[in-house]
Design a protein around this ligand. Structure first.
Ligand code: M6R
Length: 600
């Protein structure tokens, strides 16, 4: 959450920062700002709202060689001009942007900054004021920077500039992502490589608590002990076109359409020279050694975990528990003798999941991360990583990452099953090929999905998704998709559960989206539909070919019953998309949300 950029060099600093922030807007978008520095001093432009609003107030004629920028997702203080970053120290000498949460900021204020009059409600202002205080006490800026950081408890990615030194950006991170990008006669700072692909694809990974001095010509990394660390850069394997919308009106629609291609890429990526599915032997061994798998995740990734449990239990016969990361620490289950943890996270940066990972590592257990982002925090801190190969997912509503997670989990479960000598009677390569073809068909049904959104969701206050067995989990995901982008109150339920309470909410015309893709529960779910229809509900049944009935609104192509979640979710994604569009919602940047949730 929150995105940071920095630039030092001879090009148009202001434009590079603004373009970078546009690419980071998925991380937070309630306010934004830049500070650019030239011989006249530091000029701060910041505004509540989007980068577009910021652009409109930036002085076009202001040229500079150094600058930092920020796009915010509010944690401390409402979205406002005052709380927008950059923040400055009292004298205006120091200017800072920050991503993360400083847990002890009130204590620091009371202990060290009693006499300072604060301009904002943010925890960030405490850091920049602390640095000024330490400099006023006679410390060199670099020392003040490092001393201030030592006092902080919490997470941070920071970029700081000093009005008395046009040649340097001071950078540090702890638990929040930050990279330094390398160029010829310039260097950059960014929360995510995609922000600076416009100028470089060479990046340096930074470790927690390192201090980095960035100038036009050099990048010096120091560890906690003050020793200089040397590190090789890596090439960001991102294509600039991966992060553009192209001809699509929204990233979400583009990402929905990319799903067949992603599934084919995943099959390729996990295929060995003999054309068989294969994953790292260490991971297979870890699965063979465990007596219970604990899947930990949030949001859509949690929903993927619920389906993943079915794959692993049914194919590999290993018991699996699935937990919401934010609750795990309070409701930690009794662990088995040899637990194995699987973290599922598109971004690999989700703070709730990371907090559990840290605890799991302290307890000495093994962890696998399934993520879309190589080198992300969860990937680095786990023992093993399985990549999603989905390409950057920019829309806040996760679509292609969900189906990629399911595909990787299916491959993972089938390879594990094979290594345990279990016959699953499922040719996973062939079945995922059928899934990809079915996805293509479904991506071609946009007009029908738009009509369903019009018919059922144009004016409704709420909507319920029901399903039994594996369809229940897809219903949960459908409901999350709909609520997060259209703001319609949407909830997913197990078909049999409605009559235990929620059926009281059914009124004349209440839309019920029912999934009927599983033969084993087909009669049951159809019975549930009858119960709600008898109470006035407006049912939209989505069934699978072979199970369809006359009353069904839409029929998805037939795929292996276990893999239906990979395709039954696509109509739900599209219906949510069109519902949001018809209601004039900002599809890619829904209110109050951010793509990468790096606060607990
Ligand atoms: O990056 P992660 O997969 O860890 O993110 C988890 C959730 O924040 C994420 O899935 C969220 O629920 C999405 N906005 C759902 O579309």
């Amino acid at each position: 959450m929150c995105g940071i950029v920095g630039y030092i060099g001879n090009q148009d600093t202001k434009e590079i920062l603004l373009k970078g922030l546009e690419k980071l807007e998925y991380r937070g978008y309630d306010s934004a700002g830049i500070a650019i520095q030239n011989a006249d001093g530091v000029h701060v432009f910041k505004e509540k709202g989007r980068i577009l609003d910021l652009r409109s107030i930036v002085d076009e004629s202001c040229k500079a060689n150094t600058g930092i920028g920020h796009t915010r997702w509010a944690t401390h203080g409402v979205p406002s001009h005052e709380n927008a970053h950059p923040h400055q120290s009292t004298s205006g000498r120091f200017t800072m942007v920050h991503n993360g949460v400083i847990e002890n900021y009130s204590h620091l204020k009371r202990e060290f900054l009693k006499d300072v009059s604060f301009k904002s409600d943010t925890d960030t202002e405490v850091i920049v004021q602390l640095i000024e205080k330490l400099v006023n006490e006679g410390n060199k800026v670099e020392d003040a920077f490092s001393q201030a950081l030592k006092l902080l408890k919490g997470s941070y990615a920071i970029a700081l500039i000093d009005a008395e030194n046009e040649e340097t950006i001071f950078v540090a991170k702890n638990k929040s992502p930050l990279l330094v990008g390398l160029g010829t006669d310039f260097n950059v700072v960014a929360s995510d490589a995609m922000a600076m692909l416009q100028v470089t694809d060479q990046f340096l990974e930074l470790m927690d608590k390192e201090i980095v001095i960035v100038t036009k010509e050099s990048v010096t990394i120091q560890n906690l002990e003050g020793e200089v660390v040397s590190r090789d850069p890596f090439t960001a394997e991102l294509d600039a076109s991966d992060i553009e919308k192209g001809t699509y009106p929204h990233y979400m629609l583009k990402e929905i359409d990319e799903q067949p291609l992603v599934i084919r890429k995943i099959v390729q990526a996990y295929q060995d020279d003999q054309g068989k599915m294969s994953i790292d032997q260490d991971i297979v061994d870890a699965m063979n050694d465990t007596d219970r798998v604990y899947i930990v995740a949030c949001g859509t990734s949690y929903h993927a975990g619920l389906v993943g449990k079915q794959f692993i239990e049914k194919m590999a016969n290993i018991p699996v528990e699935v937990h919401v990361a934010s609750e795990f620490s309070y409701n930690m289950p009794l662990l088995s003798q040899n637990p194995l943890f699987i973290f599922i996270s598109q971004s690999g940066e989700t703070a709730d999941s990371r907090a559990v990972l840290v605890r799991v590592k302290e307890l000495g257990h093994k962890a696998i991360t399934i993520t879309n982002v190589p080198g992300s925090t969860l990937s680095r801190e786990s023992d093993y990583t399985l990549l999603l190969h989905a390409g950057p997912e920019i829309a806040v509503a996760s679509t292609k990452a969900y189906t990629a997670q399911l595909a990787v989990l299916a491959i993972f479960a089938s390879v594990t099953a094979e290594s345990l000598g279990r016959d699953i009677s499922l040719d996973i390569i062939q079945e995922l090929g059928i899934v990809a073809n079915a996805m293509e068909v479904l991506c071609g049904t946009k007009e029908e999905m738009e009509q369903i959104a019009r018919d059922y969701l144009a004016t409704t206050r709420n909507c319920f998704f029901i399903g039994r067995s594996i369809d229940f989990f897809v219903g949960l995901e459908g409901a999350l998709k709909l609520k997060e982008i259209s703001y319609i109150q949407a909830e997913g339920f197990a078909g049999g559960e409605l009559k235990h309470g929620t059926i009281a909410l059914i009124e004349e015309g209440t839309p019920i989206i029912a999934l009927a893709t599983q033969e084993s529960v087909n009669l049951g779910i159809r019975g549930n539909v009858k119960e709600v229809v008898a109470r006035g509900a407006n049912p939209c049944i989505i069934s699978m070919k072979g199970l369809e009935e006359e009353e069904d609104r839409f029929v998805i192509p037939e795929v292996s019953p276990m893999l239906t979640p990979l395709i039954s979710v696509i109509p739900l994604q599209l219906i949510s998309y069109y519902a949001a569009l018809h209601r004039d919602c900002d599809v890619d940047k829904p209110r109050n949300l951010a793509k990468s949730v790096t606060v607990e």
